[in-house]
Design a protein around this ligand. Structure first.
Ligand SMILES: [Zn+2]
Length: 294
């Protein structure tokens, strides 16, 4: 399994919490994209952040969490759904630089300028994108900043990537806590102040921590009722049909050029590495259709 999501309700302070274990997803991403260490560590954080954002959704909604930066990572993109399906990639899979110290830890990968943005659904079903400039150059800090700027709901979040010996992705887990309307903001602050340490404690105090173990660790002292439990799975949504639609959107001239010069097209999906091939005949059909539309 790629991981698990546990949604909880804390009735007395009026809070909700999402606790996620994403270790399996992060390993899948590393294998699929052949990620070097630092690319793997940063995409693991992006995946965990994306899953936490998606944990706030219902139905068939999805979110995209995107980072663009001028450092050698260049950026990453994660697409996560309310159904627990996740996919993502790092723009540079080959990064294994020496990391910095303290607050400058991720600068060698992220650089000195960039932004973090999320595409999220509105209750009415439309999607909107909001973004913040990277100011902390630590993805958890910058996602907290994003919530402070873009979200009306007071939110605390943390994640941890804890190595296991030589394995950099030993356990990857995250937690997000929000207030309900009329929720107790002091309780949120109290939980938030200890979130990182308690999550780390929850991960390191048990050999194979479950989401329940982690929830117990981060929400110590509060009664929490499970609301939902969901397996997290790595899944790509690319199809031949979508690739053909994308090729059609290139327009007649570019399609004709592909047909004349290459006799077909090959499109590799960034998310899963799948190579989709469009034959000469398929391109000719697309061109014919575009011709009859004009
Ligand atoms: Zn794909």
């Amino acid at each position: 399994m790629g991981g698990e999501l546990l949604r909880l309700h804390l009735p007395t302070p009026g809070l909700t919490a999402s606790v996620v274990l994403t270790t399996g997803l992060c390993h899948r991403a590393r294998e699929l994209h052949r990620l070097e260490r630092v690319s793997a560590l940063l995409l693991a954080q992006g995946i965990t952040g994306g899953v936490l954002l998606a944990s706030l959704l219902k139905g068939e909604h999805r979110i995209n969490l995107q980072v663009e930066c001028d450092g050698p990572l260049h950026g990453l993109l994660v697409d996560a759904g309310a159904d627990g399906s996740v996919r993502g990639y790092a723009k540079n899979p080959n990064l294994d630089v020496e990391l910095g110290k303290g607050p400058f830890r991720w600068r060698p990968a992220l650089g000195n300028a960039g932004f973090l943005s999320a595409l999220r659904p509105l209750p009415e079903g439309e999607y909107y994108r909001s973004s913040v400039e990277l100011t902390h150059f630590a993805l958890d800090e910058d996602l907290r900043h994003y919530f402070a700027v873009s979200d009306q709901v007071p939110t605390k979040l943390a994640w941890e990537v804890v190595p296991d010996g030589d394995e950099p992705l030993g356990t990857v887990a995250g937690v997000l806590v929000q207030t309900l309307p009329d929720g107790d903001l002091d309780a949120l602050e109290a939980i938030g102040a200890q979130l990182q340490q308690r999550l780390q404690f929850g991960i390191t105090s048990t050999a194979q921590p479950t989401v329940d173990d982690l929830a117990a660790a981060v929400l110590t002292g509060f009664d929490a009722e499970p609301l939902a439990r969901l397996p997290l799975v790595w899944r790509c949504t690319c199809t031949k049909q979508r690739v053909l639609a994308m090729l059609a959107s290139l327009g007649k001239e570019d399609l004709q050029a592909l047909l004349d010069e290459r006799g077909g097209a090959q499109v590799t999906c960034h998310f899963c590495g799948m190579r989709h091939e469009a034959s000469r005949e398929e391109l000719a059909v697309l061109l014919h259709r575009l011709g009859t539309q004009a």
